[in-house]
Write a protein that binds this ligand. Sequence first.
Ligand code: SF4
Length: 497
Amino acid sequence: MPTTSALRTYEVKTFGCQMNVHDSERLRGSLEEAGYAEAVDGRPDVIVINTCAVRENADQKLYGHLGHLAKTKRERPGFQIAVGGCLAQKDRASIVDRAPWVDVVFGTHNIGSLPTLLERSRHNGEAEVEILEALEVFPSTLPTKRESTYAGWVSISVGCNNTCTFCIVPSLRGKERDRRPGEILAEVQALVDDGALEVTLLGQNVNSYGVEFGDRLAFGKLLRAAGEIDGLERIRFTSPHPAAFTDDVIDAMAETEAVMPQLHMPLQSGSDRVLRAMRRSYRSARFLGILDRVRERIPHAAITTDIIVGFPGETDEDFEETMRVVEASRFASAFTFQYSIRPGTPAATMPDQVPKEVVQERFERLVALQDRISFEENRAQVGRTVDVLVSVGEGKKDAETHRLSGRAEDNRLVHFAPGAESPRPGDIATVRVTHAAPFHLLADEGPIAVRRTRAGDAWDRSQADSCGVPAPVGGGAAGAGAGRPVSLGLPTLRIGT
Ligand code: SF4
């Protein structure tokens, strides 16, 4: 690793999905291992933009950002700009054609090369563009600087073997590559040893995990094996695919205490005709059957989804089918998207693109329907007692309202009054839900109980490290109390955007 970069500072800006946020943790880890430090003064020597090609107008946003950075580049000798992620994988050298002041372009398959590319660009005084067609090093084997002390992500696979016609992922992230279970479990164990209580297993299509080494039941087995790890209290995963979601996974979820009662199950459309055009191989009846079986085994499961409105050729009847399936599904919440053309995808050149005003009108009806259902489902939570893993950065108004925030077991966002024994991020607060809103729950009576955890201790240590105060080590519930730095749980960690 290069050492000439010592004392140089960096900032990573992240766009897009959880996969990108996780990749940014690897980018930070790789940079820090190479001697860089995270900028704390807003004046980094290196800015890294981890781009997304899935979201609408991604390229306009990127070039808008780069336009602003051109001035900094002119004014500050030694300032470097690196662009990575899906849009970089897609646009490659055309990024330096359009923005010649960019120093480094790297793709989704070589995030570990960033420090070397930065050094090479500084040394040679010219832009370095390196895009690989396939993965050389599995990203999870790179050093990581984690965003959170109490929760972490672990990639189980990258890439996707499906060919959904609206999606650019297969062409940018390649075919599915699975990590071996032993490696995944070792990484989960390392996170737990570091203080994490919660792990989210990450892949473009988690339940096809095992396809590469020929075990169709591998994902359910992985959930069960992770559930055996001592100290791991919460296991989540994203995203499954309805086509390959089999009952052994539902059984593993129901029978593994640490797997949380939550499922993100992308519907995309309720119309079988549109699903066919999207090249999604399940149909709405199968989708609803999965939800029934999940709820039968896990009665309080909160199920969320993704839906695209206005896919090419979507008729009024197709859209009414989506409304019907959404009504029947009782999702806790939904990410709803208006279809827009993504260059490079098969759907981009399909005939019968739906006019913008029609998409808008359907979208508003769908959002209104889902908001009503979310509110009804949240109201049904009032009076329940839930365990909240206290988090940072999730309650934007916490400082004003004097509340803390976190996630219940089913991943619902809960804002709560801290009570006498203010829990730290990473601690577990047991609260009674007193009010519901469409997008969160409130618990205004203060916690019934607070469990101080290893994750809370890890949070204390990270806070003490960052301000130079020596931290007490160990403890958990037994170690709580006198002499411990008091944390108000206010957001201070930077969360990727
Ligand atoms: S399953 Fe479909 S939407 Fe998901 S990553 Fe693969 S191709 Fe894209």
